[in-house]
Design a protein around this ligand. Sequence first.
Ligand code: PFF
Length: 443
Amino acid sequence: MATAGSAIGLGSLWKFPYVTGENGGGLFVLAYLIFTFLIGVPIFMAELLLGRTAARAPVGTFHDLAPPREKNWKILGWSCAFASLLILSYYSVVAGWALNYTLMSLLNFTKGKSSAEISDAFNLLYTAGDINLLWNFLFIGLTTAIVFRGIRKGIEFWSKILMPALLVILLGLFIYSTTLEGFSEAFSFIFRPNPGKLKASGLLQALGLACFTLSVGMGIIITYGSYMHKTDDIPKTAFTIASMDILVSLLASMMIFPIIFTFDLSPTEGPGLLFKTLPVLFAKLPGTLLLSTTFFILVVFAALTSTISVMEVLVATVTETFGWSRRKGALILGGLVFILGIPSALSGSGHLFFNWAEMYGKNFFDTVDYFSFTWLLPLNATFIAIFAGWILEKELRKTAFTEGTKWLFLFKPWLFLVRWIVPVGVILIMLQQSGIIDIDAIL
Ligand code: PFF
């Protein structure tokens, strides 16, 4: 459940719907599903078994499990920590938006407003640099405080109540969405493969998203694997979590797209999509204040269970490597994440790096987001697959995989996937994205 809490987060609720919207739905969703099962899940299993075998944080895991003269593999552990830090720096800006929407919901901000005015409220927030900083500070403070005190029991307790609550509310909203007039259009947007709309860059994004929503390539799953027992079933855990993750991603989209098509909003709104659409629906329903506040509290919670896990990985890494205390690690890393996040929090306002977007094509927030989730995560994940498939000692690999599972028949297909399909697939997609090869022309 804890691993599920970490995996299910803003990736499914916030990122999946807007990236799907930007990439034209249909084929993109199909690519995401294929990548999840052929690439994401095998790497997820690899991370779990590596963590369980080494019983350490990522840097220690790659160091301990690498053969004697190949200890440089620990750089991969640092690269995972770097990806975590980078992702956390802008992820908490988005979680800050959810905190802000919780307060705005409490103040009934949609009252008496038209649908267009309600979705415009996001632009007000996005362009207010100081307000973004404030919420970002509060959210990182919350994450740091929890990790600082190490109150895992409390988190576990609340996870068991609030995660199912999130699922129930998502299901309820989804059922309501099916009654909206735009539902069938939304359904075919998400599920009907529409050739021509998916570009090569979309493939790379689908791959990044498959890694992001499963939390692979950041070291989180390695760390959680290190807490697993020899009797725990790794393949089963991986399939269960992947299915839950996909379910939440699809539910979130099937809630959001009917609103878009019913109220004439645009599917290509980008990172603000979740915040621009759902309040429009809440305003139409009875009990707006309660519904909207509860929903955004649950989004904050889903984000928090994810950020805590990442912060734990980072703190575990510095305590293990530098011998710092947990408290020192939490405070310093919390500060670092906040400082790194400042340009992202100020992206919409243009208070910092004003010319960034004009010079590099995307604003700072979008640049860090794009770089980390489309390039860094898949690269890390591929090297993890190579490590598990080729570098890890043969006997160790076999026992690590088969201990605790009844699904022994999965070992060979898994090995084939991590050895061949993952590296070759990811490299092809990356070569295509960088324009070195053109798959369309070859086919
Ligand atoms: N799987 C997580 C999600 O979808 O939200 C990925 C994640 C990102 C976890 C950032 C934690 C985090 F701080």
